[in-house]
Design a protein around this ligand. Structure first.
Ligand code: GLN
Length: 535
C-alpha cells in the first residue's frame, strides 16, 4: 500500500485538542493493523521549544534520539506507543535554517530564494521524510497554529500542493473547529466553523472531514447544516465533546466512525471495527479506581502543561494500582521550613519536579528534607534529584553551602557539577545532554526490583549538570546510594536511600516514556508504595 497522508488543521481558536485527535486517529488506525507515524509542524521561528519557557509553550518533550519537541509528541507516544524522532517535530525555524544553509552552500546558485517554491518545497520534503526512511501506511501530520495566522500560510500552501500531487486517495484533510455555545441565546453557533472552512477553501484546501469541538452535544440537524455549508458529508462531521479523560477520545471517535470515514474516503474498505480491548480495559479500570491518592508536585510552575508528562505518568500508574491520582501543585517558592508539614499534610507522596535556575529551589530542598526525615515517599526527577543530593550533602554530610554549580558557581561543595563535555559550550539551544542513554542498575535495590530486575535500561535525559563523583563514596557511606550509572561515562543516573520506604532520584526523565498500555515501572512502584503506606 502507498503511504497515505492525513493532514490535521485547526480553525477558530487554538487549544482545540488537535494533538489528542491526531493521537487518537493514530491509535484507531494502528488497531486496524496499519503502521503509522504522527508528526507535528509548528509555525514558530524557534528551532525547537527547548529555549521557550513553560508559561509560553508548556512542557518541552524529548524524543529518544534527543530532539526537544512540542508536548504533543508526548501524546502521540502515550496513545500509540510509537517512538517518535527528530523528524517528527519540525518548526518554521528549522525549515528556514536548512534552506538558508543550502543557499550559503550554493545549492541554488543563480536563483532568488523565495517562500514559494523554496520554503514550501522544504516543507513538502520534511512531510515526506519519515516515509522515505521507513514504510508507513499512514503519516498523520498535525499543523500547529490556527487557520488565518500569517505564519501558517506556507504550511497550508505546501499541503495544498502535496494534496494535488498525491491525489485524493492518498491524502486527506481533517479540520478541527469550535462550535461555541451562547448561553444567553441558548444556542450552539456554527458560523465560526463556516468562516474557518471558507478560509481554508480560499487557500485551495477543501477539508474532507470536520471535527467540531463543543461543550454540548450537537444535533443531527446542526451537523447536516455544517455539512451543507462546508461541502462535506454529514457522516464526516464528527463531534468532539469534553470527556472525563483524554484517553476516552479514541473510543468516542471510533463510535462515530471517524476512522471509517477517513478510510472510505481514501478508497479503503474499513472492514470490522477493532475491539480496542486493552485500551477499553484501561478505561474501565480507570473508572473503577475511585480511591483517591494525593501526590504533591513540588515545583515552581503551577500550571498543568508545564509538567504534562509527569501528570500523565502518575495517572497511568494510578490506574494500574486501582487508584485515582489527585496531583496537587505545591509551589516551591512558598515553601518554608515552618509551613512544610502543613503544606504536605494528607499527601501520600511527592514528586520533586525538573527545572532550571534558582527560583524555587530552596523550597524543593526543604521538601526533600521533610520527605527524607518523615519517611514520605519522594520521587526526584532531574533537578528534583539534584535537590535531593544537595539536601543530603547539607544536612547529612554536613557540607555547608553545598550546591549545584548552576545555582552557585562559587559553592565550596559542588556536589552537582557541570558535565565535562558541557564546559566549553556557549550556545544554549539544543546543546544539553539530550535523549536516551544506557543505565546500568545495581541488583538488590528498590530501583532494580521496580524495573523488574532488569540490569540495563535506557532512559531520556535533558540536563547540563550532574552528580559530582568526587563525593560519591561519602554519600554511599552515609546511606544515599548510587544505584544507576551510565556504563560509558560513569555518570550517576539514579540515587536511592535504601533504608527509606521510597526515596529515589533520577537524573533522567522517566515521565517521557510512560504510555497508556505500558506505564513506567518507577511510577508504578512509587504509586504502589504510596498507596500501601497510606493504608
Ligand atoms: N537544570 C538542571 C540541569 O541542567 C536540571 C534540568 C532538568 O530538570 N531538566 O542539569
Amino acid at each position: 500500500m502507498d503511504t497515505k497522508y492525513i493532514f490535521i488543521t485547526g480553525g477558530v481558536t487554538s487549544s482545540l485538542g488537535k494533538g489528542i485527535i491526531s493521537a487518537s486517529l493514530g491509535k484507531l488506525l494502528q488497531a486496524r493493523g496499519y503502521k503509522i507515524t504522527i508528526q507535528k509542524f509548528d509555525p514558530y521561528i524557534n528551532i525547537d521549544p527547548g529555549t521557550l519557557n513553560p508559561y509560553e509553550h508548556g512542557e518541552c518533550y524529548v524524543t529518544a534520539d534527543g530532539m526537544e519537541t512540542d508536548l504533543d509528541l508526548g501524546h502521540y507516544e502515550r496513545f500509540t506507543g510509537i517512538e517518535t524522532t527528530r523528524d517528527n517535530s519540525v518548526t518554521t525555524g528549522r525549515i528556514y535554517l536548512s534552506v538558508i544553509e543550502k543557499e550559503r552552500h550554493g545549492d541554488y546558485l543563480g536563483k532568488t530564494i523565495q517562500v514559494v517554491p523554496h520554503i514550501t518545497d522544504e516543507i513538502k520534503h520534511r512531510i515526506r521524510l519519515n516515509a522515505s526512511k521507513e514504510h508507513f501506511d499512514f503519516v498523520i501530520t498535525e499543523i500547529g497554529g490556527t487557520i488565518g495566522d500569517i505564519e501558517s500560510q506556507p504550511f497550508l500552501e505546501a499541503i495544498r500542493q502535496l494534496r494535488w500531487e498525491l491525489g485524493p486517495q492518498n491524502s486527506i484533510n481533517v479540520h478541527l473547529t469550535l462550535v461555541p455555545y451562547l448561553a444567553a441565546a441558548g444556542e450552539l453557533k456554527t458560523k465560526p466553523t463556516q468562516t474557518s472552512v471558507k478560509q481554508l477553501q480560499g487557500l485551495g484546501i477543501q477539508p474532507e472531514v470536520l471535527v467540531l469541538r463543543t461543550e454540548h452535544p450537537l444535533s443531527d440537524e446542526l451537523r447536516s447544516k455544517v455539512a451543507h455549508f462546508c461541502n462535506v458529508d454529514t457522516a464526516a462531521v464528527i463531534q468532539s465533546q469534553d470527556l472525563s479523560s483524554i484517553y476516552e477520545v479514541p473510543v468516542n471517535m471510533q463510535n462515530q466512525g471517524f476512522d471509517e470515514v477517513i478510510l472510505t474516503k481514501m478508497g479503503i474498505t474499513p472492514g470490522e471495527r477493532p475491539a480496542l480491548g486493552p485500551w477499553r480495559e484501561y478505561l474501565e479500570r480507570r473508572k473503577n479506581a475511585t480511591k483517591t491518592i494525593t501526590i504533591g508536585l513540588v515545583g515552581k510552575y503551577d500550571l498543568q502543561d508545564a509538567y504534562k508528562s509527569i501528570l500523565e505518568s502518575l495517572a497511568h500508574a494510578g490506574v494500574y494500582n486501582d487508584r485515582k491520582v489527585k496531583a496537587l501543585f505545591v509551589n516551591s517558592e512558598h515553601i518554608t521550613r515552618k509551613n512544610i508539614a502543613d503544606t504536605l499534610k494528607g499527601m501520600a507522596g511527592i514528586v520533586i519536579c525538573p527545572g532550571f535556575g534558582q527560583r524555587g529551589i530552596e523550597g524543593k530542598i526543604i521538601a526533600a528534607e521533610y520527605a527524607r526525615e518523615h519517611n514520605l515517599p519522594a520521587f526526584g526527577i532531574c533537578l528534583g534529584m539534584q535537590m535531593m543530593v544537595i539536601e543530603f550533602a547539607r544536612h547529612v554530610l554536613g557540607l555547608d553551602g553545598a550546591d549545584s554549580i548552576e545555582m552557585n558557581p562559587t559553592t565550596p561543595h559542588n556536589v552537582i557539577d557541570i558535565m565535562e563535555e558541557q564546559k566549553n559550550i556557549t550556545n544554549l539551544g539544543g546543546t544539553m545532554r539530550l535523549g536516551a542513554y544506557d543505565c546500568q542498575i545495581k541488583p538488590d535495590t528498590r530501583t532494580y526490583n521496580a524495573y523488574g530486575k532488569k540490569e540495563l535500561i535506557k532512559e531520556r535525559h535533558r540536563h547540563r549538570y550532574e552528580f559530582n563523583n568526587k563525593y560519591l563514596a561519602d554519600f554511599e557511606t552515609a546511606g544515599m546510594k548510587c544505584v544507576g550509572t551510565n556504563p560509558g561515562s560513569g555518570l550517576v543516573e539514579i540515587v536511592e536511600i535504601t533504608s527509606h520506604p521510597w526515596y529515589i532520584g533520577t537524573q533522567f526523565h522517566p515521565e517521557y516514556s510512560s504510555t497508556v498500555l505500558h506505564p513506567h515501572p518507577l511510577f508504578m512502584d512509587f504509586i504502589k508504595t504510596c498507596a500501601e503506606l497510606q493504608k
